[in-house]
Design a protein around this ligand. Structure first.
Ligand code: HEM
Length: 115
């Protein structure tokens, strides 16, 4: 069970890297559009996050707060929808793009600081 949790967390961190890294790469070149790294990153985050939300620590007191997981789930689905609807646009609205980056940073903050 512990090995499964660690593998899922590893994949979860790679998904995070793809989503945020893909977005920052677009941002620094000033071409605000959705790239495949962002699309796959947002999909990986929802799927690995969902799997990580299972009681992989034996269901004891050290499981993550369900409210925290619900908040992360809602934000991740929102990010995925925002990435998905804009995936074919050659130029994405600045506000829309920055909201994707912002929500990604918020979810990483929720993961880190909400104990
Ligand atoms: C864009 C979406 C997401 C981002 C950026 C994100 C970010 C992160 C990060 C950075 C960590 C590592 C924290 C650490 O190791 O201390 C983490 C862990 C975790 N995330 Fe996410 N996450 C996202 C979506 C989700 C979703 C949708 C869920 C489930 C509803 C979820 C559930 C978890 C759980 C349970 C862990 C802890 C893994 C463990 O140590 O057992 N995440 N997340």
């Amino acid at each position: 069970m512990e090995a499964l949790r660690l593998i899922l967390r590893y994949a979860h961190l790679i998904g995070f890297a793809l989503l945020l890294g893909g977005a920052i790469a677009q941002f620094v070149t000033a071409k605000l559009r959705i790239n495949p790294a962002m699309l796959w990153g947002s999909i990986i985050q929802v799927l690995t996050g969902l799997a990580l939300a299972a009681p992989l620590r034996g269901g004891g007191d050290d499981e993550p707060d369900p409210v925290k997981l619900a908040v992360k789930g809602i934000i991740a689905i929102l990010i995925f929808i925002m990435v998905f609807v804009a995936r074919k646009r050659t130029a994405v609205n600045r506000g829309h793009f920055l909201a994707i980056v912002g929500l990604t940073l918020v979810n990483a903050a929720v993961a880190t600081f909400w104990r």
